[in-house]
Design a binder for this molecule. Structure first.
Ligand code: S3P
Length: 438
């Protein structure tokens, strides 16, 4: 357990600079997983040195995969092949990472050995039935704790069969777990989604040489092939860039350049939402790298207005709502969010955590079961609890930039799960963020 850290964020006179935020979390998790299961050695550049992704790398080291760290953000993964993993002597600790646990559940369901997956307090409260149910339908044997919560005990040595499924939630983690089990299954595995989600697993499987057919909202593969080592360059994480997009939009006089940001269309809903609110964000040097679109984003201050967030954007900005709520608090008029009930089962209940925090800063916000109405206006100072949720902590750090008095944010240590070095990078471009070990 990390020691408790609190932050104080103070008003800013303007943000300026060029930033490269850390590597994409979703892609970093998957790169380690697929490289570990490939034949041969893969180099990953731009790997996120966050606690979540390092936990995934540790999981594979525990299962006998040699992973070198020649320099920060670089990994060389010596793949052991699809059937080369060994049982871990200890339970595998996924830390705070839902992606780590859910994808590993699919992958481990196809092994010849038993595994146990555990997580921190937050992960131990997150629903796992959504992955257990399709995996059990494929023939997996998985026991969870009460109400389908972690820890997960996965019994190996099962014969998996391909399935055709349509999960009731739009979740890239569920889709990826099913596809990973599908690598080990007899016959065809096909998944169709109620709304298209990020397709990193599909793209990366193809890059590692696995025959896969996929399009927006569906993917299909057969078991029984092999993965071939491939080098991966991870783009900067749009979700980490998001805090700076909102910050520079809100603080008068700001201009920031965010380099090499991944712009997978299933991730960039916030960009569209902010533009609808009046944000001034342009893209330059748009190009493809390792099969993903990346670009530099230039964001300048612009007055924002409240909008109804289009429901079809919700899955494409599912991790960005804490930042969006801050943009809404600093906008003129009311922003309405609906169709976002998934926020209640993220690292914290993000609707409740944001509503309580914003109210503590004097913002008028009404919760609904699947969203909120946020009335923009003056943001005051005060103390807010992040509940150990990294994205909540960073979002309130942004709120402090435009608040009438300092904003104290408690329990910020988990920011290291997705954005190591956030305080230094933020202060380097004009935040006034101080960190206190409590
Ligand atoms: C992720 C998928 C999303 C997202 C999470 C990362 C992934 O979760 O919120 O941060 O890497 O597949 P869901 O699949 O639960 O929506």
């Amino acid at each position: 357990m990390s020691a408790r850290i609190d932050w104080t964020s103070t008003r800013s006179a303007g943000l300026a600079g060029e930033l490269v935020v850390p590597g994409d979390k979703s892609i970093s998790h998957r790169a380690v997983m697929f490289a570990a299961l490939a034949d041969g050695s893969s180099t990953i550049d731009g790997f996120l040195e966050g606690e979540d992704t390092c936990a995934t790398a540790r999981a594979f080291a525990q299962m006998g995969v040699r992973i070198e760290t020649p320099s920060a953000s670089r990994r060389i993964v010596h793949g052991v092949g699809l059937h080369g993993l060994a049982a871990s002597a200890q339970p595998i600790d996924c830390g705070n990472a839902g992606t780590g646990m859910r994808l590993l559940a699919g992958l481990l369901a196809g092994q010849s050995f038993d595994s146990v997956l555990i997580g921190d307090e937050s992960l131990s409260r997150r629903p796992m039935r959504r992955v257990i149910e399709p995996l059990v339908a494929m023939g997996a044997s998985i026991e969870a704790g009460e109400a389908g919560l972690p820890p997960l005990r996965i019994h190996g040595g099962r014969v998996l069969r391909g399935i055709h499924c349509r999960p009731p939630v739009a979740s890239a983690q569920v889709k990826s777990a099913v596809l990973l089990a599908g690598l080990y299954a007899e016959g065809e595995t096909e998944i169709s989604e109620i709304h298209p989600t990020r397709d990193y697993s599909e793209r990366m499987l193809a890059a590692f040489g696995w025959p896969i057919a996929f399009g927006a909202g569906w993917a299909r593969l057969h078991g029984g092939h092999r993965l071939v080592a491939t080098d991966v360059v991870v783009p900067a994480d749009f979700s980490s860039a998001a805090f700076f997009l909102v910050a520079a939009s809100l603080v008068p006089g700001s201009e920031l350049i965010l380099r090499d940001v991944g712009l997978n269309p299933r991730r960039t809903g916030l960009l569209e939402a902010l533009r609808l609110m009046g944000a001034d964000i342009s893209e330059c040097r748009r190009r493809e790298r390792c099969g993903e679109m990346i670009a530099d984003l230039v964001v300048r201050h612009a007055p924002l207005r409240g909008i109804d967030i289009p429901v079809e954007l919700v899955p494409d900005m599912i991790d960005e709502f804490p930042a969006l709520f801050i943009a809404a608090a600093g906008a003129r008029g009311t922003t309405r969010v609906r169709g976002a009930a998934e926020l209640r089962v993220k690292e914290s209940d993000r609707i409740a955590t944001m509503a309580t925090g914003l109210r503590a800063l004097g913002v008028d916000i009404a919760e609904t079961p699947d969203g909120a109405d946020i009335v923009g206006g003056v943001v005051g100072g005060g103390q807010v609890a992040s509940h150990g949720d990294h994205r909540i902590a960073m979002s309130f750090a942004v709120a402090g930039l435009v608040a009438a008095a300092p904003v104290r944010i408690t329990d910020c240590a988990n920011v290291a799960t997705s954005f190591p070095g956030f305080v230094e990078m933020a202060n380097g471009c004009g935040f006034g963020l101080s960190s206190i070990g409590a």
